[in-house]
Design a protein around this ligand. Sequence first.
Ligand SMILES: Cc1ncc(C[n+]2csc(CCOP(=O)(O)OP(=O)(O)O)c2C)c(N)n1
Length: 323
Amino acid sequence: MSKSIVERAYYLMKLGRVFEERAKEEYMKGNISGFLHLAIGEEAVHVGATLAFGKGDIFVHYREHVWALAKGMSPKSLMAELFGKKTGVSKGKGGSMHLYEPLLNFYGGNAIVGAQIPHAVGAAYARKYLGHTEGVLVAFGDGATNAGNYYESLNMAALWELPVLFVNENNLYAIGTRIDRASAVKELYKKAKEFMPAERVDGMDFFQVYDAVSKAKEYIETEGKPYYIEFLTYRYEPHSMSDPGDYRSPRELKVFHDKDPVEFLKREGIKRGLFDENFVKEIDERVEEEIEEAVKFALESPEPEDAELFTDIFCEVCTDVVP
Ligand SMILES: Cc1ncc(C[n+]2csc(CCOP(=O)(O)OP(=O)(O)O)c2C)c(N)n1
């Protein structure tokens, strides 16, 4: 893995972390309303998978800010979207759960658990039908693996040999329900093994995430068949800002805090001689400034006009969609 990729990863993971910590603060101040789901703790999966997947299409759930930043969305248009402002990526009418930018091959932002899975399979079908070689990545939580459309999607992807990479972010909880109370099969990758190659990988370790997704991407695009990775990860915050999150033990939180993916990458990057303390200091300062500017931009941006409610509801001629 090249030094520049690891440097980029540290920048993006730190950007995602500080963005979300700041979004939490702004929510508490009342500048952000509606739902806000934070992915603090899951950055290695979001950044590692996106960097390894390159330009391909990505479909995700509602815990999506870090995916969007890693895909190239600007912190300004993302923060403005959370503030419901006209300058937001979805012109202020989507909010945190509905980020969408076809020019970045970023297709959501889905509030319905598992909804993105059949969408991604459809996109992979289109890719194959049109003779494209690029694959499609779809991310979803452990809770989504108990939904009916999840199985239908795995079945179709395997049956029709579609180039789709299923990324399961197993953070152990679906809102407050722990995985062992919701899933009869605890090792989630085993639920996919009958359909396609499937494995389990440490989702707190950027290097392992990047390597696993690189290998899987190669497989789906050369074989033209689906692949599945279950990443073991953790969210440090409650499910959303409206969840008190009192269902997890301090001991469990400590175990995962000790494996903090941003701190891990910082330590490993320095240990492996990929960057040094000065680089980390520079990036940390740059990120603080960028997020400060993003908040200022969001605060100063105008509200959308009422007529905005009726625009971009669907596209008749999708000229801005990358084929
Ligand atoms: C079809 C559907 N059922 C229920 C909900 C309510 N709901 C929102 S998030 C969630 C839990 C999903 O957990 P998981 O898939 O593990 O993702 P995570 O939040 O852990 O990232 C539920 C049940 C929903 N949004 N959509």
